[in-house]
Design a protein around this ligand. Sequence first.
Ligand code: GTP
Ligand code: SPV
Ligand code: MN
Length: 639
Amino acid sequence: MSMLANPRRTRLVAELVESPEATTYETGAAPREATRSAVGQRDVRAWVESVAALTRPSEIVWCDGSADEKQRLIAQMVEAGTLVPLNPELRPGSYLARSNPSDVARVESRTFICSEREDDAGPTNNWREPAAMRTELQGVFEGSMEGRTMYVVPFSMGPVGGPISQVGVEITDSPYVVVSMHVMTRVSPRVLELIDGGQQWVPAVHTVGAPLAEGEADVAWPCSDTKYIVQFPESREIWSYGSGYGGNALLGKKCFALRIASAMARDEGWLAEHMLLIRATSPVGRQYHLAAAFPSACGKTNLAMLQPTIPGWKVETLGDDIVWMRPGPDGSLRAINPEAGFFGVAPGTGVDTNPTAVATFSHDTIFTNVALTDDGDVWWEGLTPEPPAHLVDWQGDDWTPADGEAGRPAAHPNSRFTVAAAQCPTIADTWEAPEGVPVDAIIFGGRRATNVPLVAQSYDWEHGVFMGATISSERTAAAEGALGELRRDPFAMLPFCGYNMADHWAHWLHMGEVLRDGRRPHIFQVNWFRRGEDGSFLWPGFGENSRVVEWIVGQVEAERGLRPDASYGSPVGRLPRPGALNLDGLDLTERDLEALFDVPTEPWFAEADLTRDFFDQFGDRVPDQLWVQLARLRDRLKH
Ligand code: GTP
Ligand code: SPV
Ligand code: MN
C-alpha cells in the first residue's frame, strides 16, 4: 500500500506540508473514550482466597517487606540450592542464582495483551480474546502451586502514597521473586492500608508452574516449558505462568509499570515509558533532568550512571529502566522512577565502562546467571579485561578462557544484577520525591550500526514523536530471538506497550498539546553504536557520552534563550555545528567524526520507505501528523 493511498490522508498531508505553522491537526485515532476501563474496587482477601482455591498451595504467607522476612527467605533459598552465598569478604550480603538454562530472558512470543478489541492491542502485540484467555488460564493455573507456599506481596510502584505512585499485590510461589520484589519495589503492609482506604490496585498472579507432588524433591530453579505472560489492560490484571525470570516474573516491572501502566496513562493523561532518568548539573550549576528511552540492553543503566569525562559536569541517577511522567500544575512534565532497584545487564559492565554500577553492586546484591570465581566472587565478560584462569560458568560447569575463545561465554549474555537503587553512589537526593522532577529533555536511542547520527535534535515536538515512533534497533539478548536482527522498536516500547502502538503515538502528540510552551521537554535522538568500515564502534561511548549530554543541555538552554543555538539543519534533525560538540582530549579522527554524523541520502530514502511500510501496518490509527513528518523527511532529503 502506498503512503498516499488514502485520499483523506493525501489531502491532509499536502496541506500540512505546505503550511508548517498549521496547528489544527487532527489528533489521529482517539480511542480514549471507547477503551476507558471501569475497574471497581476489588477485595484483596477475597481475591487471595480465590487464587488459592484455584492453585491449591500448601500454605499462604502474607509478606511485609521487612529485613527479617528477606533474611528468612534467603536462608531458605540457600538451603534449597536456589541461591549460592558469595564470599562475605569480597561480596558481603550477596548471592548467585542460576536459572534453568531455558529460563533466561523475557518471552515476547508468549506475552499477551488481552483487550476486548483486537485493534486496541494493535499489530505489534500478541492479542487474545479476554474471555477465551481467562478460560485457558483457569486450566493452566489449576493446581499449579500444589506443594508450594503461596506468597502475597503488597507493593507500591513509586513512593508509598505518592501522587504519581500506584499499588499492586503480587501472588507468587517463588521466594526468589519475593526477595527480588523487596529490592525492585516498595513491599509494605501500608499498601494494604491504602487499598482498604479505597485506592485502586493491580492484582498480579505469578506461578513458576511446577507443582510438587507429595514427597517430590524440588529443583533449584523450578519453571515450566509452557509460559504465559498475560496482561488484561482494561481490567488492569496480570497473570504470569511458567517463568521465574526478571520481566516475566517480577510483575511490578514490565507487566505493571509498563504494560498496564501505559494503558492507565493513556486513559488518565500521563505517560509510562521504558526510560532512564538523570539529573545533569552544568559547570555553572544549572540543573536539568533528562529522560531517555533505549531498547533493552542498549545502554540505559550506563547513561543513568554516567560519570562525565568532561570537566565541571555532574550526572546523578534517578532511574535506569522505567519512568512515569505527568503534566504538573505549572505545565511542566513531572517524572518519577516507579522502581526501587536496578535489574541491570551484567556483561559489559566493568570499572572502565560503568564504575558507578560496579560500586553499587559491591554488596547486598543478587546476581543471576553470572559466573562464579574460585574465591567465591562473581565474574562476567567485560567485568575485567582478562578472565580469571578458572571459573564455574552460569550453568554450573567448569570454564577456562579457552572455552571463552571457543565462543562459550562464562556468563549468560542476559545475566543480571538485582540491587537497591539506594546503594548507588550517584543516586540523586530527589530520587524518591513523590511529586517527581521536571523533565527538560527526552532522548530516544537505539543500536544502529549505520545511518543514524550520534545525536540529533528534533525540529519540534511532532518531529520528536516521529523520531520516537521510528526507532529501530539491533536485537539484544534481553529477549528470545535472533541477535543483531534490525527491528522497529518505537519508543523502545515494542514489547511493553499495553495498547495499540499507533495510539501511543497519538497519545504523545496529545501530551505535547497539554504541556505548556517553554516547559515542554525538547526531544533528541542518539546512537552510541554506529560502526566504521572496519566494524568497530566509531564513538567511544560510556563516560564520553557526557559530551553529547553537554550539547543536548546546551540546546535546551538555547531554546530558553540562555545561549546561541549550536546546531544546523539536516534531513533527520538538527546536528551539532562544527566545533559545537566538545571533543577535547578525545582521540577521534576527522574522518570518524564525519562518519558519525553522515546522513546518507539513498539509505535514508530506503529508511523512509521502511517507515511507510511500518506505519501502514497500523492502518488509519497512525496520526496524520506522523505521515506529515515522513513527507517532510523525504522533502528534506531531496534538497
Ligand atoms: P534493560 O535493562 O534490558 O532495559 O537494558 P539497559 O538499556 O539498561 O542496558 P545497559 O545500560 O545495561 O546496557 C547494556 C549493554 O550496552 C552493556 O553491554 C553495555 O556495555 C552496552 N553499552 C552501554 N552504553 C554503551 C555505549 O555508550 N557504547 C557502547 N559501545 N556500548 C554501550
Ligand atoms: C528489559 O528487557 O528491558 C529489562 C529486563 O529491563 S527484564 O526485566 O527482564 O524485562
Ligand atoms: Mn528494560
